[in-house]
Each structure stands twice: as structure tokens, then as C-alpha cells.
Design a protein around this ligand. Structure first.
Ligand SMILES: [Mn+2]
Length: 320
């Protein structure tokens, strides 16, 4: 029995009763939010439902070799009132909170997330912090409702799991995560192709940007932090894009003798994003560090956003 049996039953009941359904992916979509909404969309389409996907940012370029259709719509281009059911998947407090209040009483809101402290109200709330990813939670959903998972759905869910566990290297990888991944492979999910898409197929622009970050990285021997900063100019100089920044904090966190990594990256609109990573044995709670800057996340993977821009000084970087 899954602990969400009741929520899964309710969600599936509402799905069956709704013709127009909206799926919501989080801002700066990662492969877990993408994999989740695509797997759900496949399921909904197979039931003959209309299912749109909304996101405040475009579909990630690097996933277009794996996914050839069903890209995202900007919320402003959709008539949000027409959907009977809205399902937000993964990091619902990144983007979905901006539209949450535009829905009325007679629309059903479901949220599926694995991030801690989800305070957003919803009619159906499925929140499991021990799950590796929302993709893993959806596997439970499809298994619970006894729906045969297609090769496409399996591919999307394995994509989310591999991304959120950093190829089974993060401590959110449980024995169950591995058995779910194994089941998804049995259903035809192409492990090697997904790994290539996510991790090993590195464009020269990505490597150049990483080279810049590695060259600039500094270790603070007092607190064990390894930090690097990426400016918008770095990204422009390397002809790279924001997707290329995402793996940096994971890689820096592998440097021996460090306790946690911090990657600061400038974003459009005068925002600096901080991305923090650590490992269980290093005994640092990076969610607490992120919280000091108004952010949040997991103990071993968290982030924050602050207004400003990055300036390099002799002592290190400053955000002004
Ligand atoms: Mn996730």
C-alpha cells in the first residue's frame, strides 16, 4: 500500500472527470519537472484528454534531442479558466505560486512535489521529501492505478530520476529508486541515450564555461566552501546558456577536502542565483545556508536568488 493511495485515487478520479487538464512545470525547468509533466501528459492523452503544459520559461534546448514534440506554452498564452484540473509537478514554489490565485473554486488544483515545506494550498497534495524525484512518485501513481507504462512514459520518468539523483550519485538515491529505474528500463527506457543527453554529451561551449568556472573557483579553508561565480558575460563569451551552469555545483562538490559547493550565477533581470551542494558525510546542512538568503531546498542540495550583480574583487566575489 502506498502512503498516498487515497490521494492517488482522488487524483485519478478527477482526471477521469476532466476533459481539459493543465500541467505546470517549474520556472527554469529541469529534467525532473519536464519528465514528470511529459509522462503525465502521455497518460492523459492516452485517455483522450486535452492536456496542455504551461511554464514561465521555454522548453530546455538540450532535451530536444530526446523529446520531439509537446513543448511548453507560456501561461499568458493560455486561457487558465478553461481547465477543470491543474497539476503542478516539482518545485511548485518556483513559478506556480504566481498563477495559483488565478484559479477559481471550481477548478481542482493538485500538486506533486518532493521539496520540503510546501505551504501552498491545494485540493490534492502529494508531497514526499524522501522520494528522489517527482518522476519516481509518478511511477508509484501509475503502478497504483494499474496503468501500463509505455516506453515513452518510462523514458520521461527515467530522465527525471537520473537528473535529480545526478546519475544515482546523490544521497536521495534509495534502493527503491534503483528498482524503479530498473522497472523503467524493462519498459524500454533507453538508459544510455538519457545519460548521454543529460551528462556526457558536452558541447564545446559547455566545456569552455566549466573551464572558466574551474579556473576561478576558490576554496575557503575556514568553512570548507568551494565557490565559483559565473557572470552573464562569461556565458556570452563562451556562447553557452543557463543549462550549462546547472551541473557545476555538483562537480565542484566532489573536490577533496571541501564541505560544500556554492555556484553563483547571474541571471537576466538583475538576479543572482546561488546553488549549493554537499554530501551526507560532510555534515553540512546547505538548506540552512540557503535559508539565510531567503532560499530553501534539501539538506544536501539547495538554492537561493537575490537581486544584484556579481563583481570580482581581490578577496573574492561581491554581489552588489
Ligand atoms: Mn525534482
Amino acid at each position: 500500500m502506498n502512503r498516498f493511495s487515497q490521494e492517488f485515487n482522488t487524483l485519478n478520479y478527477v482526471i477521469k472527470k476532466s476533459d481539459d487538464i493543465l500541467l505546470f512545470a517549474h520556472t527554469r525547468p529541469d529534467s525532473d519537472t519536464v519528465g514528470s509533466v511529459l509522462a503525465l501528459q502521455e497518460y492523459l492523452l492516452s485517455l483522450g484528454k486535452k492536456a496542455d503544459i504551461a511554464c514561465f520559461d521555454p522548453f530546455p534546448e538540450y532535451l530536444k534531442s530526446l523529446v520531439h514534440e509537446n513543448y511548453f506554452e507560456f501561461p499568458a498564452h493560455l486561457d487558465l479558466k478553461k481547465y477543470k484540473l491543474i497539476i503542478a509537478c516539482d518545485a511548485v514554489e518556483r513559478g506556480f505560486e504566481k498563477v495559483r490565485n488565478e484559479f477559481s473554486e471550481n477548478q481542482v488544483i493538485a500538486i506533486i512535489d518532493h521539496h520540503p515545506y510546501i505551504s501552498m494550498p491545494a485540493d490534492i497534495k502529494i508531497s514526499e521529501t524522501t522520494a528522489s524525484s517527482v518522476s519516481e512518485m509518478l511511477y508509484d501513481f501509475f503502478t497504483h492505478i494499474d496503468f501500463p507504462i509505455s516506453k515513452k512514459m518510462a523514458t520521461f520518468m527515467l530522465l527525471g530520476i537520473l537528473y535529480d539523483t545526478n546519475m544515482f550519485q546523490n544521497s536521495n538515491t534509495s534502493p527503491k529508486t534503483l528498482s524503479v529505474a530498473s522497472e523503467l528500463m524493462k519498459k524500454g527506457a533507453p538508459l544510455t541515450k538519457i545519460v548521454e543527453t543529460l551528462f556526457t554529451n558536452k558541447k564545446i561551449c559547455t566545456l569552455k564555461l566549466w573551464g572558466k568556472a574551474f579556473e576561478k573557483a576558490r576554496i575557503n579553508h575556514h568553512n570548507g566552501m568551494i565557490v565559483a561565480a559565473i557572470t552573464l558575460k562569461d556565458i556570452e563569451d563562451c556562447e553557452a546558456n543557463m543549462d550549462d551552469v546547472s551541473q557545476l555545483s555538483e562537480i565542484l562538490n566532489t573536490v577533496p577536502g571541501t564541505k560544500f559547493s556554492l555556484v553563483l550565477s547571474e541571471r537576466e533581470g538583475g538576479i543572482v542565483k546561488g546553488s549549493l551542494r554537499s554530501e551526507e558525510y560532510k555534515k553540512v546542512d546547505v538548506a540552512k545556508i540557503a535559508a539565510k538568503f531567503g532560499g530553501g531546498g534539501h539538506k544536501l542540495a539547495s538554492g537561493f536568488e537575490i537581486k544584484g550583480k556579481i563583481v570580482e574583487t581581490k578577496e573574492g566575489w561581491r554581489i552588489i
